[in-house]
Design a protein around this ligand. Structure first.
Ligand code: KG4
Ligand code: ZN
Length: 345
């Protein structure tokens, strides 16, 4: 079955074609970053309007370039949630309308399930069950994954998501949006050891996270330096970015290690935007080698939002017989633990 996937939950318009036999056949993405950068973050109404402008041309371009036509499509998958309501509605209504016009089924996909299963688009894939570390702009969680749709949350952030902490750190350092890649780039110039930031909640048992204290620590350090230096020097900015990135990635590492011990699993899947962070990837690869476990990441462009992960999950669920009636209903808030295995709705 050839599935057209549509992702419009936030600031990327993304589409893909995934086939149950042939795998990923095409994917295209239009990023709204330049438009939102002016405002220092995503403006929901502008995001929705831009999805309307870009979605149809993007689908057309992808079909033309890959040599497929809409008539080849056997099912449509769109992101149903979580995400920005207006942005989600654009993908949902387009997905439903296309499916109706083509006489094929449509399914609404959970965005975080898309992220979590994105490593399945790579050549080397994990086997169920495994441990997943999901790190994005809105979520930070560790899950025991028994199979598709069977997610038991072992720990999650009690306040800010780690991606959000990267974004806020970037803002307070005067770096551009989106914050994650900017902080990572700035950290490359940083000198190790000048600051030691806390690794929150690692000194007590449990698998929950908290990143708001780390964000406040970063802010206080920056303000103190600003008083001393009048204006933060380039070196100080880079040193703070490095100290923050070290603390955030170490925290993820410590908790993932603890969760591996607790579950006894020897496979760790890392997904979501922060999974593109090079330092995090290096550190996780290191513990994988030391402790004889396997770590699976999607390629960096499939860590951040993309259409391929939505087409993939949609294909799993459509093949299991799931489909939706024509109502265009999105779920801006939706817990991944509420999901059921494909076909078991
Ligand atoms: O998964 P994603 O694209 O969207 C959500 O579902 O939230 O994740 C976006 C988040 C943002 O907070 C962004 O700053 C962060 O992922 N991010 C990074 C990197 N690339 C993206 N954080 C750290 N290092 C990166 N290289
Ligand atoms: Zn995402």
């Amino acid at each position: 079955m050839l599935v057209l996937g549509i992702e419009t939950s936030c600031d990327e318009t993304a589409v893909a074609l995934y086939d149950s036999d042939r795998g990923l056949l095409a994917d295209r993405l239009y990023s709204q970053i330049a438009m939102h950068a002016e405002y220092g973050g995503v403006v929901p109404e502008l995001a929705a309007r831009d999805h309307i402008r870009k979605l149809v041309p993007l689908i057309r371009e992808m079909l033309e370039e890959s040599g497929f036509s809409l008539q080849d499509v056997g099912g449509v998958a769109y992101t149903r949630g979580p995400g920005l309501a207006g942005a989600l509605l654009v993908g949902a209504s387009m997905g439903q309308a296309l499916a109706m016009g083509l006489g094929v089924p449509a399914v609404g996909v959970h965005h975080m399930e898309g992220h979590l299963l994105a490593p399945m688009l790579e050549e080397s894939q994990p086997q169920f069950p495994f441990l997943a570390l999901l790190v994005s702009g809105g979520h930070t969680l560790l899950a025991d994954v028994a199979g598709p749709g069977e997610y038991k949350i072992l720990g999650e952030s009690l306040d800010d998501a780690v991606g959000e902490a990267f974004d806020k750190t970037a803002k307070l350092l005067g770096l551009s949006y989106p914050g994650g890649p900017s902080v990572a780039k700035e950290a490359e110039q940083g000198q190790a050891g000048r600051f030691k930031f806390p690794r929150p909640m690692t000194d007590r048992p449990g698998l929950d996270f908290s990143f708001s204290g780390l964000k406040t620590f970063t802010l206080t350090t920056a303000r103190k330096l600003e008083e001393k230096e009048h204006k933060l020097t380039d070196q100080s900015r880079a040193d703070i970015a490095l100290a923050f990135q070290e603390a955030a990635t170490d925290t993820l590492l410590i908790k993932s290690r603890r969760a591996l011990q607790q579950t006894g699993y020897d496979q760790l899947v890392v997904a979501g935007g922060v999974g593109a962070n090079k330092t995090l990837r290096q550190k996780l690869n290191q513990i994988a080698e030391q402790e004889n476990i396997s770590v699976y990441f999607p390629r960096p462009e499939f860590c951040t939002d993309n259409g391929a992960m939505i087409a993939y999950v949609g294909c799993l669920r459509l093949q299991a017989g799931e489909s939706e009636d024509m109502a265009v209903a999105v779920k801006p808030r939706w817990k991944i633990s509420e999901l059921k295995p494909p076909g078991k709705i």
